[in-house]
Design a protein around this ligand. Structure first.
Ligand SMILES: *Cc1c(COP(=O)(O)O)cnc(C)c1O
Length: 499
C-alpha cells in the first residue's frame, strides 16, 4: 500500500494549506496566473503576507480612525455590497447621507433654520471635498470676472506653507496658483496678516486650516476674517474664506465651542472635514458644507436620471461604497454631542499625559499647542549626536510607528516627531510610549554619534579585526537607515508619510 503521494500531486482540500503546492511557489507579481487556486490557499497566502504590514492601532502617524464599535462593524459589513451612487435603489442610504450633511452643517453653525436642509455632500475624504470646494470658488470667481469684463485666466489661492498636499494637488490639477505664506522657526501656521497682504484681485479664496497637519495648531480664522473684511471694503473685491477643518472640524465644536472659526464668520463660505479622522469612521469618508446655495454654482451640479429619478450629483467620481456613510450616521446618533465631547476630552487628556511625559525627559522641545488637534509634535533639544529620524526608526522595534519629518519653508531646518492621539490610544499606551521613548534615548546615548562613527569606519580599513568589523556593520546599518530617511524626506520636499 503506497500512501506517499506528495502534496503537489493531490487535491489541496485534503492537505494542510501550508503543505500544498500553492504555498510552495513564489507568488505571482507581474502577470495574472494561468490557473485558479483554491480559496483557502488564496486566503492564507494573502493573509500571511499582510501580517508584515504595521499594526494600524500602533500607527501613531495617522489621524485616520482605526477602531469602531463591533455593532458598527456589523452595519459596515452588511452594506459592503451597496453602491452609494444608486441613490434611487438605495434611498435610505441617500437619506442617511443627507442627515449627516444637515447635522454637520448645524455643528458648524451654518445659517439654517432648525429643519432647513443644508448644502453639502459626502466625499471619499477631505481631499475630494477640497477639490469640490476649490472648484466652486474658481467658478464663482470666473463668473464674476466675466461679468465685469476682466481677465479670468490667472486664479490663485492664498494659504500657509503648512497646507496638506491635497491643496497642491488641487492647484496643479485645476490650474490655480498656490500662493503660500512662508513659516518661520517657532511659528508653524499661516500668519493672517501676511496672508491678507498676499490677496489680490485674482485670489479665488484664502484657505485657512483648523488643525495644521504638521503640529495640530488651529489657525486664527477670526483674525483672518476680520482683516479680509477690511481689505474687501477697501478694494471692492469679494475674497472669501475656505476652512480646511479636516482634522479639527470634529474637535473644536465639542471642546472649544466658543472658538469662532466656522460659519459664524461671514466670509467663511465652505468648510471640509474628514469623517474618517475625528468624525470617528474608518478610512473613506469626508464632507464639504457650503454656507448657502449661492456659494455652490448650479452649473457644477449634474443631474442624472438613468438610475431612476432625477439625482443631483457633485462629486469627482461616480461609484463608491455606502458603508462609510452609514457608519458616519451611526457615530453621530450613537455618540451624540455628549459622546463626541467625551471622546475628544479624553484624547486631549491623553495628549497632555504624553506631552508631560516627554517634557520630563528633558530632551525635547514641544512644538504642538495644547488647544489644537490632540497630537504631540516634538523635536530633540540636541540633535547633533542623534536625529529625530533615528528616534523614529528605533521606536519601530517596539512596534510604534512615529513619523519624523522636516517643516516646510522657511522652517525646513526644523525636524519633528509627531504622535497623533486617537480615540483608541489609551492612557496605558500613552504611558508605555513615554517609557519606550526613554529606553530609545538611553540606547541612542550609548551608541557613538555620527561623527564618532566616521572615525570608527575609517580606522577599520587597516585593522581587519572580526569583532570590530561586526560592530562596524551594525553601525553602518544604523547610518544607512538615517541617510535613507533623510533622502526620503528631502526628495519629497513636503511631508512624507504623515496624513
Ligand atoms: C488629512 C488632511 C487632509 C486630507 O484629508 P483626507 O481626508 O485624508 O483626504 C487635508 N487637509 C488637512 C489639514 C488634513 O489634516
Amino acid at each position: 500500500m503506497v500512501l506517499s503521494k506528495t502534496a503537489s500531486q493531490t487535491d489541496v482540500s485534503v492537505h494542510s494549506t501550508f503543505a500544498s503546492r500553492y504555498v510552495r511557489t513564489s507568488l505571482p507579481r507581474f502577470k495574472m496566473p494561468e490557473n485558479s487556486i483554491p480559496k483557502e490557499a488564496a486566503f492564507q497566502i494573502i493573509n500571511d503576507e499582510l501580517m508584515l504590514d504595521g499594526n494600524p492601532r500602533l500607527n501613531l502617524a495617522s489621524f485616520v480612525t482605526t477602531w469602531m464599535e463591533p455593532e458598527c462593524d456589523k452595519l459596515i459589513m452588511s452594506a459592503i455590497n451597496k453602491n452609494y451612487v444608486d441613490m434611487d435603489e438605495y434611498p435610505v442610504t441617500t437619506e442617511l447621507q443627507n442627515r449627516c450633511v444637515n447635522m454637520i452643517a448645524h455643528l458648524f453653525n451654518a445659517p439654517l433654520g432648525d429643519s432647513e436642509t443644508a448644502v453639502g455632500v459626502g466625499t471619499v475624504g477631505s481631499s475630494e471635498a477640497i477639490m469640490l470646494a476649490g472648484l466652486a470658488f474658481k467658478r464663482k470667481w470666473q463668473n464674476r470676472r466675466k461679468a465685469e469684463g476682466k481677465p479670468y485666466d490667472k486664479p490663485n489661492i492664498v494659504t500657509g506653507a503648512n497646507v496638506q498636499v491635497c491643496w497642491e494637488k488641487f492647484a496643479r490639477y485645476f490650474e490655480v496658483e498656490l500662493k503660500e505664506v512662508k513659516l518661520r522657526e517657532g511659528y508653524y501656521v499661516m500668519d493672517p496678516e501676511k496672508a491678507v497682504e498676499m490677496v489680490d484681485e485674482n485670489t479665488i479664496c484664502v484657505a485657512a486650516i483648523l488643525g495644521s497637519t504638521l503640529n495640530g495648531e488651529f489657525e486664527d480664522v477670526k483674525l483672518l476674517n476680520d482683516l479680509l473684511v477690511e481689505k474687501n471694503k477697501e478694494t471692492g473685491w469679494d475674497t472669501p474664506i475656505h476652512v480646511d477643518a479636516a482634522s479639527g472640524g470634529f474637535i473644536a465644536p465639542f471642546i472649544y465651542p466658543e472658538l469662532e472659526w466656522d460659519f459664524r464668520l461671514p466670509l467663511v463660505k465652505s468648510i471640509n472635514v474628514s469623517g474618517h479622522k475625528y468624525g470617528l469612521v474608518y478610512a473613506g469618508i469626508g464632507w464639504v458644507i457650503w454656507r448657502n446655495k449661492e456659494d455652490l454654482p448650479e452649473e457644477l451640479i449634474f443631474h442624472i436620471n438613468y438610475l431612476g429619478a432625477d439625482q443631483p450629483t457633485f462629486t469627482l467620481n461616480f461609484s463608491k461604497g455606502s458603508s462609510q456613510v452609514i457608519a458616519q450616521y451611526y457615530q453621530l446618533i450613537r455618540l451624540g454631542y455628549e459622546g463626541y465631547q467625551n471622546v475628544m476630552e479624553n484624547c486631549r487628556e491623553n495628549m497632555i499625559v504624553l506631552k508631560e511625559g516627554l517634557e520630563r525627559t528633558g530632551r525635547f522641545n514641544i512644538v504642538s499647542k495644547d488647544n489644537g488637534v490632540p497630537l504631540v509634535a516634538f523635536s530633540l533639544k540636541d540633535n547633533t549626536r542623534h536625529t529625530e529620524f533615528e528616534v523614529s526608526e528605533m521606536l519601530r522595534r517596539f512596534g510604534w510607528i512615529v513619523p519624523a519629518y522636516t517643516m516646510p519653508p522657511d522652517a525646513q531646518h526644523i525636524t519633528v516627531l509627531r504622535v497623533v492621539i486617537r480615540e483608541d490610544f489609551s492612557r496605558t499606551l500613552a504611558e508605555r510610549l513615554v517609557n519606550d521613548i526613554e529606553k530609545t534615548l538611553h540606547e541612542l546615548d550609548s551608541l557613538p554619534s555620527k561623527a564618532d562613527m566616521k572615525t570608527t569606519v575609517a580606522g577599520e580599513e587597516t585593522q581587519k579585526n572580526n569583532v570590530v568589523v561586526a560592530k562596524k556593520s551594525a553601525l553602518e546599518t544604523q547610518r544607512e537607515i538615517t541617510t535613507a530617511w533623510r533622502k526620503f524626506v528631502m526628495e519629497k520636499k513636503k511631508t512624507n508619510g504623515v496624513c
